[in-house]
Design a protein around this ligand. Structure first.
Ligand code: GDP
Ligand code: PGA
Ligand code: MN
Length: 578
């Protein structure tokens, strides 16, 4: 056993006082036993074994259903280190607070020790973390989400270089909920929540927040991005990475099933992307995760057949509705709920109820292995070379379907000033537009101004082209103008044509928009394409004004290059009016 892990586990145990310690090896027998015990304890409901073999339903505390950004903190010595977009706790305050909250918190409970590996086995870019938790649901989820157990210990060897995560559900009280990151100590302490982003510490907390700090120190990037391979009908393959805020389409795009003939998609990752500059001067990307924590509502055989196939076995569902026949159900599943359904809280439900049956942020957790679109690139130790980076958000108005940055620096500005409407993936009001730089607002572990500077200095010699997409523009009737999902291949095709310099683009003040999209065989309402590609100058002037205020919040730390990009945008908008 690794000496640094044993010593750390003993010190944590002394504080939290568990009744037993279980060291997880990640074996199938271990997980079967754990799932069996949770079913007996009613922490899980076993789903219909014929229709959904080895699948379970977990119902969370109704107050614990989404990311708790307002209870998430970065703890450093100086407040400036975390910048204006993060909640800060001084190291001294954090120690005092957590010391009280965690003292004896695991009395009468089993403490699980879960070593996990982020990234492919044998990759020099992979990292080890160890999560301590008192939640068997978290253990079972980590087994699906990461390469868990012995493979991580083998990678670590005798090194003490691992991220230390301590998690307890505590009493699940929202007032005593804290997710505290210590980037300097490579540690995360989380209490009071069992929900994904707050509790599966390998994912956002380690893979993004802590990793973003390491990435800056070591010259790489840890990003909230999907990674996908796209092969065109001639057999030419390119890889792309795309950053969208939570619940804005990463999982769906990463496994899209193209409606254009001859195109193929390989899913490399659906959520997190670690990128390094390769010897060839390109950015190479790998997915640290080994599973998907995907949103269920809206997922159907029509919108996302790959996910539907994947979650038909060996899956943990969280906060979905349950049908009489023991099968899961959610809004947008494309099947009737049938009689005798109960909602995500277990209350009898019928379709005429005002509230949805599944929680809008209901989730499925499934191993990456199970997705028909996942290929060998997931285990490629060097990752895959990135040809294009895409930023995107959920915008009813303003942002066109797709546009391209004028340069790398303009692309960084586009990412830094990304705006998206809030969703049910985080607590708080939904559908409010807010700035969410690079979709990293809740996950950047240091001052965002320094993060922008890091982006400006990285990118390799052969920089990828940068794009912005928006699948969510609505027409006068409030309905989406773009069909989305499999039809998004038409936008991806234009993007790859731009990468290969064979598609025309029209310059506008905000960037380059398509002259021609392949809309062959697609029936769009009259005038929809024009609306989708429209750049409304008045709306963009208003947007630029708000962006100016947002950039000001970083004060003098903001890289001057971004200020110049902003001035340039303002003057292009002014000139376009004249
Ligand atoms: P992620 O959280 O960023 O991975 O986003 P998901 O892929 O889980 O999608 C979030 C929500 O947006 C789900 O309800 C999807 O059904 C929906 N969605 C995803 N892609 C599209 C699209 O192209 N068009 C529309 N209209 N909705 C989409
Ligand atoms: P998402 O995950 O970015 O895929 O929506 C959100 C979460 O883990 O809370
Ligand atoms: Mn997702």
């Amino acid at each position: 056993m690794n000496k640094a892990i044993s010593a750390w586990v003993s010190s944590v145990a002394e504080r939290v006082r568990p009744s037993a310690i279980h060291w997880c090896d990640g074996s199938a027998e271990e997980i079967d036993a754990l799932l069996g015990r949770m079913t007996r304890d009613e922490a899980l409901i076993r789903l219909n074994p014929d229709r959904y073999p080895r699948c379970f339903l977990h119902r969370s505390d109704p107050r614990d259903v989404a990311g708790s950004d307002h209870r998430t903190f970065i703890s450093t010595v100086f407040r400036e280190d975390v910048g204006p977009t993060n909640n800060w706790l001084s190291e001294a305050d954090a120690r005092r607070l957590l010391g009280q909250l965690f003292r004896g918190v695991m009395r009468g409970r089993t403490m699980y020790v879960v070593p996990y590996l982020l990234g492919p086995a044998g990759s020099r870019y992979s990292r080890v973390g160890v999560q301590i938790t008192d939640s068997p649901y978290v253990v079972a989820s980590l087994r699906l989400m990461t390469r868990m157990g012995s493979v991580a210990l083998e990678h670590l060897g005798s090194s003490s270089d691992f991220v230390r995560g301590v998690h307890s559900v505590g009493d699940l009280s929202p007032d005593r909920r804290y997710v505290v990151h210590f980037p300097g100590l490579r540690a995360i302490w989380s209490i009071g929540s069992g929900y994904g982003g707050n509790a599966l510490l390998s994912n956002k907390c380690h893979g993004l927040t802590i990793a973003s700090v390491q990435a800056r120190e070591e010259g790489w990037l840890a990003e909230h991005m999907l990674i996908m391979g796209l092969t065109d009908p001639e057999g030419v393959k390119h890889y792309l990475a795309a950053a969208f805020p939570s619940a804005c389409g990463k999982t769906n795009l990463s496994m899209l099933v193209p409606t254009l003939p001859g195109w193929k998609v390989e899913t490399v990752g659906d959520d997190i992307c670690w990128m390094h500059v390769g010897k060839d001067g390109r950015l190479w990307a790998l997915n640290p995760d080994h599973g998907v924590f995907g949103g269920a509502p809206g997922t159907s055989w029509k919108t996302n057949p790959a996910a539907m196939a994947a979650m038909a076995h060996d899956t943990i569902f969280t906060n979905v509705a349950l049908r009489h026949d023991g099968t899961p159900w959610w809004e947008g599943m494309g099947e009737p709920p049938r009689e005798g359904a109960v909602d995500w809280r277990g209350r009898p439900w019928t379709p005429d109820f005002a509230e949805p049956a599944a929680h809008p942020n209901a989730r499925f957790t499934t191993s990456a292995r199970q997705f028909p679109t996942v290929g060998p690139s997931l285990d490629e130790p060097e990752g895959v070379p990135i040809s294009a980076i895409i930023f995107g958000g959920r915008r009813a108005r303003v942002a066109p379907l797709v546009y391209e940055a004028r340069s790398w620096e303009h692309g960084v500005y586009m990412g830094a000033t990304l705006v998206s409407e809030t969703t049910s993936a985080a607590k708080g009001p939904v559908a409010v537009p807010r700035h969410d730089p690079m979709a990293m607002l809740p996950y950047c572990g240091y001052n965002m101004a320094e993060y922008f500077r890091h982006w400006l200095t990285i990118g390799g010699v052969r920089k990828p082209r940068v794009f912005h997409v928006n699948w969510f523009r609505t027409g006068g009737d409030g309905r989406y103008l773009w069909p989305g999902y499999g039809e998004n291949i038409r936008v991806m095709k234009w993007i790859l044509d731009r990468v290969q310099r064979r598609a025309a683009a029209r310059p506008t003040p905000i960037g380059l928009v398509p002259v021609d999209l392949d809309l062959h065989g697609l029936q769009l309402p009259h005038g929809a394409v024009e609306q989708l590609l429209d750049v409304d100058l008045a709306a963009w002037q208003e947007e630029a004004r708000r962006t100016g205020d947002f950039l000001k919040s970083f004060g003098r730390r903001l890289p001057s290059r971004l200020r110049e990009e902003h001035e340039d945008l303002l003057s292009r908008l002014r000139n376009a009016y004249n």
